[in-house]
Design a protein around this ligand. Structure first.
Ligand code: HEC
Length: 153
């Protein structure tokens, strides 16, 4: 019993150490390839349930401000600036979805109105408090991508 406990303790310590050392990919180092951004920003799987929260939260993704999404029909307002995201996982692979969320300018054009959620290139007149920061954290991006992956028709 005692021995087992010690081992379990040692295992939890080493897990802590890993999470403390495994750094997120910084925004400037995200690699865009032909298949988008294929490498996870955090190395940890995304949580689709939290991704759905980020998606609808006005303070976080606020994706609904521009995109309709049938699955969230209960939410009050669905924008129409961007395409509806129903079935988006059938249209794009994970790497491409991640690339769109990280920095839509890399995928569409510089003129796209979709914000780069994990980019420091957010525009010219950025209030000081937002300089050097991304809209979403690396894990929020992974969570949103995991949520988008569930949108199949
Ligand atoms: C200010 C408006 C705006 C916001 C906010 C926004 N988008 Fe977009 N999005 C667009 C537009 C517009 C396009 C279409 C590409 C273009 O014309 O620039 C697009 C395209 C997309 C696409 C590709 C859809 C397709 O079928 O081609 C995905 C996926 C996407 N957005 C996801 C998101 C997610 C996830 C969020 C929230 C984290 C988000 N968008 C927030 C405007 C927005």
């Amino acid at each position: 019993m005692r021995r087992w406990r010690t081992r379990a303790f040692a295992a939890s310590i080493s897990m802590l150490a890993t999470s403390a050392f495994a750094a997120d990919i910084p925004p400037k180092d995200v690699a865009f390839g032909d298949d988008g951004v294929t490498e996870s920003l955090t190395g940890k799987p995304g949580d689709p349930a939290h991704g759905a929260e980020v998606f609808k939260s006005r303070k976080l993704g606020n994706c609904l401000a521009c995109h309709a999404n049938e699955e969230m029909a209960g939410e009050l307002f669905h924008g129409t600036v961007g395409p509806a995201l129903d079935g988006v996982a059938d249209r794009y692979d994970e790497g491409y979805l991640r690339a769109i969320v990280v920095n839509a300018k890399e995928i569409f054009t510089d003129e796209t109105v979709m914000p780069g959620f994990y980019s420091l290139n957010v525009g010219q007149h950025v209030a000081e408090q937002f300089q050097g920061k991304t809209i979403l954290s690396a894990q929020d991006v992974e969570d949103v991508v995991a949520y988008l992956e569930t949108l199949k028709e």
